[in-house]
Design a protein around this ligand. Structure first.
Ligand code: BJW
Length: 253
């Protein structure tokens, strides 16, 4: 069993949630790790095995499209087979009990939606579709098994397809980013779960909230650049163990 933070810290976080108005949740790869999705950084992360620039960049796709598409094929297969863990259902419960609050995520795996969480703002896109690397204007294609029969998959114009995720150096989807910034500026509590806080601009969201005097609850087994900042209640542990404990205290069951 993963270690839990002291019950007084869980109570403190629960009180903050109970008394908050607009609470915003922002998640990263660590949210999915107990469902079996690999994170990017850290001991078990993808970037221990691959170079980020080889896989998560336009140059990487152009240079070795087969390698990049094999990686996405494996990830898509895993995501389709995996199920949300208890922490997702805790977030869904909080979302339903408080009011329908949007949830901001850097994840592309669709697990929040699988758990019934609504209004998910996907900052880094998703694994649902792929589109022309050369932006020919043809409609995007759904990422299904057939798409992976011949690698790399191609657009009807003959160019290579690229997954509709945000790669390094690319702009984030404008509307999603605008909504996320607006929420960071207007919320009165933010919960940040399972991100190393190193990838901009997602990493700036809690900093915006803190600058406005808003408290931030962080859930992460490791220290991050956020953990020791003033205004941050840092709960050291995993999403799958801490979130159900918080829900128990907030809703008394
Ligand atoms: C648990 C847990 C459990 C484990 N419970 N927790 C210099 C040159 C060029 C660019 C830049 C530069 N300096 C800065 C930039 C900008 C760049 C950036 O930030 N780079 C940094 C790495 C330095 N950002 C961008 O390029 C972004 N675009 C942009 O800024 O546009 C404007 C611009 C353009 C050009 C120049 C400058 C500005 C785009 C970023 C796109 C990121 N893309 C990826 C791949 C997405 C597609 C895909 O998934 O296939 O997004 S990379 C990867 O990192 C992925 C993630 O969403 C992202 C963040 O990772 P995350 O979620 O934080 O995961 P990890 O693995 O890092 O951490 C997991 C955490 O969970 C850890 O802390 C664990 O402890 C914890 N954990 N188990 C709770 N059970």
């Amino acid at each position: 069993m993963p270690e839990l933070p002291s019950s007084s810290l869980i109570t403190e976080a629960s009180d903050m949630i109970k008394t908050s108005g607009l609470m915003v949740v922002s998640t990263g790869a660590g949210m999915s790790s107990e469902s079996g999705v690999r994170t990017f950084r850290g001991e078990e992360g993808f970037w221990r095995e691959y170079r980020a620039e080889d896989l998560a960049s336009i140059e990487g796709i152009r240079k070795n499209p087969e390698l990049v598409w094999e990686w996405y094929r494996e990830r898509l297969k895993a995501c389709q087979e995996l199920e949300p863990h208890a922490g997702y259902y805790s977030l869904e419960r909080i979302q339903n009990e408080k009011e329908i609050l949007p949830l901001i995520t850097q994840n592309v795996d669709g697990l929040h939606q699988k758990a019934g969480i609504m209004d998910v703002i996907e900052l880094h896109g998703s694994l649902r579709t792929a589109s022309c690397l050369d932006s020919c204007g043809a409609p995007g294609k759904r990422m299904t098994e057939e798409l992976f029969e011949i690698l790399p998959p191609r657009c009807s114009c003959g160019s290579i397809l690229r997954p509709d995720v945000v790669l390094f150096g690319e702009q984030l989807p404008e509307q999603a980013l605008r909504r996320a910034f607006r929420l960071a500026e207007s919320c009165d509590l933010m919960m940040v779960i399972g991100t190393s806080m190193v990838v901009y601009p997602a990493s700036s969201l809690p900093l915006i909230a803190l600058r406005k005097g808003v408290k931030v609850i962080e859930i992460n087994p490791e220290e991050t650049p956020l953990s020791s900042l003033d205004g941050v209640l840092s709960l050291h542990g995993t999403a799958g163990s801490i979130l159900p404990e918080i829900v128990k205290v907030v809703y008394g069951e």
